[in-house]
Write a protein that binds this ligand. Structure first.
Ligand code: S3P
Length: 448
């Protein structure tokens, strides 16, 4: 769905202590993949804990358009009757992926080696994002893409009639690109190989193996070399989606900056390809502990406990950590504003092509709230003012970006004057219960 209705301004006022338990929704990356791989398996995949954010709902609609039967049975409980690898039908309508880069890029990959044609579009944010990073590799499989100038949506993909397997070195660290290539490789005969210099989130590899595909990952001097054998019969699975560490980041970081807070965020996956933020916060001196550490479905999981941390100090976040916390820099920059000294974030140019240019969005909003920020194409430095010292009192643009909206609302819980976001609507793409959950902990929001 491309439009979410009229802009809905929302203000965050200084909050009393945030206390209690924050049950955040299911992981967005894993939710998308459950639906797509479920649609490519033969038979019924059952999913619990699915994130029912708009991004994932749009992927569910896309899978229906390609011929899968996707049914909601109750909150978070879904089933997908798959059509098998190579079994996608040609959609008779335009596929609208709304705000979701992950949705559109993975689905484009998944259909690129089937001889059907599909046209994709999205909201104004998604229509501005680069798709060349997907159309380049799928062209090597034999697919053709016809989009707007600069490789932008709307775009029509003509799937390869006789796909060939590829060996592809990802030009940027991107789990979306890696996953699109692997999904395209499913319907190419022989072995498709993706090589990534830096490890990105590995949910696709784990889930493909779970569905019975032959997939091998080796670590070499080139980086991670992932080889998939094409044309498997994927076996339907029962999937319990873990809670999303990228959503957990918001109550965790809000607790660190709001005086007196003590918040428990249970059951969060700490897969090393996703946990970079928590490592960084601990380096800054955050009172963030892992309780009840355990393994669930082969993934490290813990309950996170975050307490107000008045003495956090700025750090340098190394570039090689970026892939493991790529979605968390906006909220990290809010914590950095409440720490003493500078936090330097290196190797972050991918932030410029997310739902918005996240470096620019955070820099402009933080400056409006009284925080000094320096930026280059590939770095962002936030000059922290210390706990409770950020003036606030500004309206920040959300730019159709859920994480920007949530970051500024968390900032406003700890500023001297309220912080307003011009549109809280985009939050529904990934964290539809954000406002209820945060208010349950003690946050104070006001419309307008
Ligand atoms: C995602 C990968 C990341 C991330 C996005 C989800 C995924 O994007 O920012 O929110 O599920 O594969 P990139 O692959 O473009 O870094």
């Amino acid at each position: 769905m491309s439009a979410h209705g009229p802009a809905r301004p929302l203000s965050a006022h200084a909050a009393g202590p945030l206390t209690g338990q924050a049950d955040v929704p299911g992981d967005k990356s894993i939710s998308h993949r459950s639906l797509i791989l479920g649609a490519l398996a033969v038979g019924e995949t059952r999913v619990t804990g699915l994130l029912e954010g708009q991004d994932v709902l749009d992927t569910a609609a896309a899978m229906r358009a390609f011929g899968a039967e996707v049914t909601r049975h109750g909150p978070g409980a879904w089933s997908v009757h798959g059509v098998g690898v190579g079994g996608f039908a040609e959609p008779d309508q335009v596929i609208d992926c709304g705000n979701s880069g992950t949705g559109v890029r993975l689905v484009m990959g998944a259909m690129a080696t089937t001889p059907i044609t599909a046209t994709f579009t999205g909201d104004a944010s998604l229509r501005g994002r680069p798709m060349g990073r997907i159309t380049d590799p799928i062209a090597q499989f034999g697919a053709a893409a016809h989009g707007r100038k600069g490789g932008r949506l709307p775009m029509t993909i003509v799937g390869a009639a006789q796909p060939v397997p590829v060996r592809y070195v990802t030009p940027m660290p991107s789990a979306q690109v890696k996953s699109a290539v692997l999904l395209a490789g499913l319907n190419a005969p022989g072995q498709t190989t993706v090589i990534e210099a830096e490890a990105t989130r590995d949910h696709s590899e784990r889930m493909l193996a779970g569905f019975g595909a032959e997939i091998v990952t080796e670590t070499t001097t080139e980086g991670r070399v992932i080889t998939l054998t094409g044309r498997p019969e994927l076996r339907p699975q029962t999937i319990a989606v873990p809670r999303d560490p990228s959503s957990a980041a918001f109550p965790v970081c809000a607790a660190l900056i709001v005086p007196g807070s003590d918040v428990l965020v249970p059951n969060i996956g700490l897969n090393p390809t996703r946990a970079g933020l928590f490592e960084t916060l601990r380096e800054m001196g955050a009172d963030l502990t892992y309780e009840n550490e355990r393994l669930e479905g082969g993934e490290p999981v813990a309950d996170l406990r975050a307490r107000f941390s008045p003495d956090m100090a700025g750090v340098e976040v190394p570039p090689d950590r970026a892939p493991s916390m790529i979605d968390e820099y906006p909220i990290l920059s809010v914590v950095a504003a409440n720490a003493s000294g500078a936090t330097r974030m290196l190797g972050v140019k991918e932030l410029r092509v997310k739902e918005s240019d996240r470096i620019d969005a955070m820099a402009r909003g933080l400056e409006a709230c009284g925080v000094r920020v320096e930026e280059t194409e590939d770095t962002m430095t936030v000059h922290g003012l210390g706990a409770g010292q950020v003036p606030g009192g500004a309206t920040c643009a959300a730019r159709l970006d859920h994480r920007i909206a949530m970051s500024f609302l968390c900032l406003g819980m700890a500023t001297r004057k309220p912080v307003t976001v011009d549109d809280a609507g985009p939050i529904a793409t990934s964290f539809p219960i954000f406002e209820t959950l945060m208010c349950g902990l003690g946050a104070r929001f006001a419309e307008g």
